[in-house]
Design a protein around this ligand. Structure first.
Ligand SMILES: CC(C)(COP(=O)(O)OP(=O)(O)OC[C@H]1O[C@@H](n2cnc3c(N)ncnc32)[C@H](O)[C@@H]1OP(=O)(O)O)[C@@H](O)C(=O)NCCC(=O)NCCS
Length: 400
């Protein structure tokens, strides 16, 4: 029983058997993204409300009950990541990620949301978490005010969400002078350690992510005529001198989010959007030479592939990034329910300039907020948040 604002408000651990249906009902009543009078984006967790954290090394879900009515829910996960440290250094930090905070509309502004977050923070503290962080739509006033004004979080990073529809009818043409190679998981792990481990929020359990059944693989692209030498463990542990990669190359890994949850558009889509959708589908089907991207039908529940670890090296690698993204879209066509390819990239990461995305779909801008849970970390957090990001940001596919 939580004392204070609500004597009768009970916060407890999620119990799958008892709570699953009630949490799904609560989600249905809350999940609205975008202008309320137009299109609603509903997430269908396929009968497993905990699906979004299940793949994390350590996770927890709390529910709030008011006289036996389930009125709120929040989820959290813990992991070890690379974090910027004072004076441009970086080191590992234990971070707790907060997601899936929902309060039933009739019970809002009564302290339920803040009580749930504070309870989750207690779980973080008891698990030695140094920093708690969350991501929200920049325009979500309630969420930003709750975390920043009420709970002491600070605005931290604003990564861009880039979305591309999957063409249902035709494969995209890939340039013949580009070679694409799927890496063995062992080699992908080495590549990540060598080129990505200094990225902010790079998880120390990257091996588990790459080995997860939802991770469909890691691909690299380079120009024909160059060779991709296999990487070996010794070359990474002893330095880079043994590995000679091509001059220009790009990499991407793909996570099958479609198997975790499905999205559904509800409500009224703006007419212009519907007309555009229909005409593009016809154009795409019958006049493929126009190369107008087809927009898949979003009436049925649909899933998406998430591209993570997008990285490139070399002055001429922009085309390689684009080709890999097209390759992933072609791959997604073959999956029954996958209608979008999505990625999220740090605001200052130049690789985002090369990722083709759907400019018509104005995605909400993401805002990450962070809080030091340990007083000693307060000064390093201050330094981190005051200085602009200097390194790439790793967006964990398990947290999408
Ligand atoms: C965001 C949400 C969880 C807030 O839950 P809540 O129980 O209403 O939050 P609280 O009552 O604990 O609010 C604490 C403080 O947050 C701020 N706040 C919360 N909702 C607000 C709103 N709609 N407008 C402005 N400030 C708000 C206020 O400062 C509030 O204190 P006050 O009521 O004394 O002014 C709830 O609105 C919700 O479920 N929204 C839909 C899902 C969502 O957006 N989740 C967040 C994803 S990160």
């Amino acid at each position: 029983m939580v004392q204070g604002l609500h004597k009768e408000l009970k916060i407890r651990s999620y119990d799958g058997e008892k709570d699953c249906a009630r949490v799904e009902e609560l989600e249905r009543g809350c999940e609205i993204v975008g202008p309320a009078d137009r299109v609603f984006l509903f997430t269908d967790s396929l009968g497993d409300p905990i699906c979004r954290i299940r793949n994390s090394p350590s996770f927890y879900m709390l529910v709030a009950e008011l006289d036996d009515e389930l009125v709120g829910v929040v989820q959290g996960s813990i992991k070890l990541v690379t974090m910027a440290r004072p004076h441009g250094n970086s080191g590992l930090a234990r971070v707790g990620y907060i997601l899936g905070l929902r309060v039933a509309p009739l019970h809002r502004r009564r302290g339920v949301g803040s009580t749930l977050v504070r309870s989750l923070e207690q779980w973080f503290v008891s698990n030695h978490v140094e920093f708690a962080y969350m991501a929200t739509d920049k325009e979500n006033k309630a969420s930003v005010k709750l975390f920043v004004d009420s709970l002491g979080y600070v605005k931290f990073r604003t990564p861009a969400i880039l979305v591309n529809p999957v063409s249902p009818y035709r494969a995209l043409h890939l340039p013949s002078h580009v070679e694409i190679k799927k890496l063995r998981t062992k080699e992908a792990k080495l590549l990540y350690r060598k080129f990505m481990s200094s990225a902010e929020f790079f998880p120390s359990d990257i091996d588990d992510i790459l080995e997860n059944r939802l991770s469909l693989g890691t691909w690299v692209a380079y120009y024909k005529g160059e060779a991709w030498e296999d990487m070996r463990y010794e070359s990474v542990s002893t330095g880079s001198e043994y590995w000679r990669g091509p001059k220009d190359w790009a990499m991407v890994s793909v996570w099958n989010s479609a198997e975790v949850f499905k999205l559904r558009l509800l409500g009224r889509a703006p007419l212009s959007c519907l007309i555009y959708t229909k005409s593009c589908r016809l154009m795409d089907r019958f006049f493929p030479c126009f190369k107008i991207p087809a927009i898949p039908e979003f009436v049925d529940p649909f899933g998406f592939y998430f591209m993570y670890g997008v990285h490139c090296e070399g002055k001429s690698s922009a085309e390689l990034v684009q080709t890999l993204c097209q390759f992933v879209r072609n791959m997604a066509r073959k999956s029954k329910d996958c209608k979008l390819v999505v990625t999220e990239i740090g605001a200052r990461d130049e690789v985002r300039l090369h990722i083709p995305h759907w400019k018509l779909l104005s995605c909400p801008e993401d805002l990450w907020c962070i809080k030091a849970l340990n007083g000693e970390k307060q000064s390093s957090l201050h330094e981190m948040t005051m200085s602009p990001p200097t390194r790439a940001l790793f967006v964990d596919p398990r947290e999408v």
